[in-house]
Design a binder for this molecule. Sequence first.
Ligand SMILES: C[S@@+](CC[C@H](N)C(=O)[O-])C[C@H]1O[C@@H](n2cnc3c(N)ncnc32)[C@H](O)[C@@H]1O
Length: 236
Amino acid sequence: MKELVNYFQNKKVSSVLDIGCGSGDFINVLTTVFPEGTKITGIDPFEEALAEARRKFPSVEFLQMGGEQISFPDNCFDVVSISFALHHLGDVSKTLSEMKRVVKPEGWLVINEIVSEVQNEAQENQKMLHHLKSLVDRLKGIPHRETYSTAEVLEIIRSNGISVEHSFTDLKMSKPSFDPELLEQRTNQLNEHLEELKNHSSYETKTSLFADYEDRLETYGFQIAPSIVVIGRKKV
Ligand SMILES: C[S@@+](CC[C@H](N)C(=O)[O-])C[C@H]1O[C@@H](n2cnc3c(N)ncnc32)[C@H](O)[C@@H]1O
């Protein structure tokens, strides 16, 4: 993520905490942004994802923990980040408040969040599937919102008292993929999600919404929607 690398180029950062790290996709980005020797810690409530992250990043410390209650003292990290996880949180304000608490005065908060403004049909394919999965999760009682708009993300950040220093749009996938394996995985996911909705009132609507989804994948491919990256600062 070139813009993040440029932003932190001359900043002194020795410790980073990544909230909702999952299997480590954003940890991978952080290892390119900050120099070797930077102490990186990742937290996530789900042990299965952490086990994979530990295998991939042996020098990073991973702890099972939710963002709403971070068991670190006040003011102890130079940077605290959260990527693609804001819309998964049970309590966004509590998590942002915890992030502000554990970051050092004058430290940075990095919020990377996928947004609803798609640019092409391949990204629309990702958004459709994501929103279906979020519905399935919500029906199971798992917090998972549909994607926020860019304006909503900025409003959440500002209304939680974080002053925005810099923001930019990022593309995790630079162009649509037509990789047959990836497209098959997406079709399988779609079928799993629809299967889980079988006894729900929205089943018919969703089935017809996704009737031509396999054709859409073949025609347009699949691409992760854009995200907004916001860098905030803890002012003293
Ligand atoms: C889409 S994944 C993002 C993973 C990674 N950060 C990335 O950028 O790809 C969302 C992650 O948020 C985590 N999550 C869900 N609820 C959470 C919570 N209350 N606090 C922190 N993380 C949470 C999930 O376990 C999942 O790993």
